[in-house]
Design a binder for this molecule. Structure first.
Ligand code: GLC
Length: 518
């Protein structure tokens, strides 16, 4: 065990609407999560990161919060939250909740008050409102485009002003130059810390602060969140001042609680700035989400994360999938090949120094659902671009727990909010539980072995072949074969601790990983 649990933890992301549905309304809920804590304990994870469950009109699946201190009735109430937290803690599992400080829902009392108040009023100062130019009423104040498509500005119902929303028009951006905004979020942090949460995942942690004067971006104003380049609304230096005020707050509380940043930055160097000792504890490394499955790209991402995070004394934070990106089985080609590669990549991550995030359902080998009909899709990015961006619903389909039943055991009754593919019967927990070689048993075994073999560093060894690499992490030797051809691995060790696909005649098949005892 390292001194701090969060330096080498395995953290499991629960997406509440799609994890487990206790009341049978087709949407997951907190009681559903509580009922599945034993499953998570058996998987061996150290903590849960729970995506938003707050009161919300659900225009962006809860990332549009209308009350930061209330639970959305679709998910339960505060008592359900407390019970779930208690059950998790009893099982030795910590809980990190999601904080959404870049924007509120348009149904938040502050935004409603702002709309009811006059231009220039203190109520409007909490957001970014700008006057409409009477000579040119159709042209927004600058050229910024929403991440979800279309302009980042919408006119108020009375048509007199514009308001800024980097995401959906139902998600107005807060003005972080306003003292009340700071006070409110400090109070929200304390509300959940007092309830006993173990930390916060900060949504759009590189957002919040905008360049003074809201200048145009280069080009046509289109900026992608994923793989972003510099923009006057992302990764501004001023955002670090916010985290310097938040860190002392979390430090006041016992229990080694943490902040993890969702910060899409241009480089590992820029990301590591969020991880300075007086700021945040972890920041997701999205380089491996963006990297093609190949030794050169993976090695480059690994080296750069290790070097940059060492510079600020922060743990590396590895991730392959989450609720915003295509599931990695599908990214790696889908089918048997995609699944084999996904398992290999997971085994690799679990042997790197640092923290590993697992997205619900990847432990079952779930694929992205690519053929959801347009009418069931909910992601605003799909609707705002008329389907040009396919959106993120395909990685958010409710989990299959059993082989049979209306929602494959997701809930006791009711159609799930998104339909599950018929072949997920074979990927259900019931189908994989206790079955040697299943992806679920592979994850359980890998996480258990990792516990006894925590990486202390990383030393590259001679490559076993083209598009394959090997390293010693201080506790075991790992070999990963990204190519399609087998590579000989006998030289790396005698006793196999784990393989993602069994060795054949001393060779590691294509798209596979192996750990050897040192
Ligand atoms: C983050 C969330 C994403 C959400 C967006 C706006 O990127 O992960 O799901 O749509 O922020 O809050």
């Amino acid at each position: 065990m390292s001194e701090h649990w969060w330096r080498d933890a395995v953290i499991y992301q629960v997406y509440p609407r799609s994890f487990a549905d206790a009341n049978g309304d087709g949407m997951g809920d907190l009681e559903g999560i509580r009922s599945r804590i034993p499953y998570l304990a058996k998987l061996g994870v150290d903590a849960i990161w729970l995506s938003p469950f707050y009161a919300s009109p659900q225009k962006d699946a809860g990332y549009d919060v209308s009350d930061y201190r209330a639970i959305d009735p679709r998910f339960g109430g505060l008592e359900d939250f407390d019970r779930m937290l208690e059950t998790a803690h009893e099982a030795g599992i910590r809980l990190i909740v999601d904080l959404v400080p870049n924007h509120t829902s348009s149904e938040h009392v502050w935004f409603q008050a702002a709309l009811a108040a006059a231009p220039g009023s203190p109520e409007r100062e909490r957001y970014h409102f700008r006057d409409v130019d009477p000579a040119d009423p159709q042209t927004p104040p600058n050229n910024w485009q929403s991440i979800f498509g279309g302009p980042a500005w919408t006119r108020t119902p009375d048509g007199a002003q514009w308001y800024l929303h980097l995401f959906d028009s139902s998600q107005p951006d807060l003005n972080w130059d306003n003292a009340e905004v700071h006070e409110e979020f400090e109070s929200v942090l304390r509300f959940w810390l007092d309830r006993g949460v173990d930390g916060f995942r900060i949504d759009v942690a590189h957002g919040m602060v905008k360049a003074p004067g809201l200048p145009d971006t280069g080009g046509d104003g289109t900026i992608e969140m994923i793989g972003t380049t510099q923009a006057p609304f992302f990764d501004q230096d001023g955002v670090h001042d916010i985290y310097r005020t938040w860190r002392p707050i979390i430090e006041e509380y016992e229990g080694d609680r943490i902040f993890v940043a969702e910060a899409w930055t241009d480089s590992a160097e820029r990301r590591s700035l969020y991880l300075r000792p007086d700021e945040l504890h972890q920041a997701f490394n999205f380089d491996l989400v963006l990297a093609p499955f190949g030794a050169v790209d993976f090695r480059k991402a690994i080296d750069s994360e290790i070097a940059n995070n060492a510079g600020v004394g922060a743990p590396c934070t590895w991730v392959l999938s989450n609720h915003d990106v295509q599931r990695h089985v599908t990214r790696y080609g889908g089918g048997e090949t995609g699944l084999a590669r996904a398992r290999a990549a997971t085994q690799l991550l679990l042997s790197l120094p640092g923290v590993v995030y697992v997205y619900q359902g990847e432990e079952l080998g779930l694929n992205e659902v690519l053929d959801l009909p347009a009418e069931v899709r909910e992601d605003p990015s799909f609707h705002r671009t008329n389907g040009e961006q396919i959106g993120r619903d395909g990685c958010r389909v409710p989990l299959p727990w059993t082989r049979e039943g209306v929602s494959l055991g997701f809930g006791p009754a009711g159609e799930p909010w998104l339909p599950q593919p018929a072949d997920w019967t074979d990927l259900s927990v019931e189908a994989e539980d206790g079955v040697e070689g299943s992806t679920l048993e592979f994850y359980r075994k890998a996480i258990a072995i990792r516990k006894g073999h925590k990486a202390t560093g990383l030393t590259w060894l001679a490559d076993p072949g083209d598009d394959a690499f090997a390293f010693d992490n201080g506790a075991l030797v790992a070999v990963v074969n990204f190519s399609d051809e087998p590579v000989p691995v006998e030289a790396y060790g005698e006793e196999v601790l784990l393989t993602s696909t069994p060795l054949v005649d001393g060779e590691l098949p294509g798209g596979a990983a192996v750990w050897f005892k040192k």
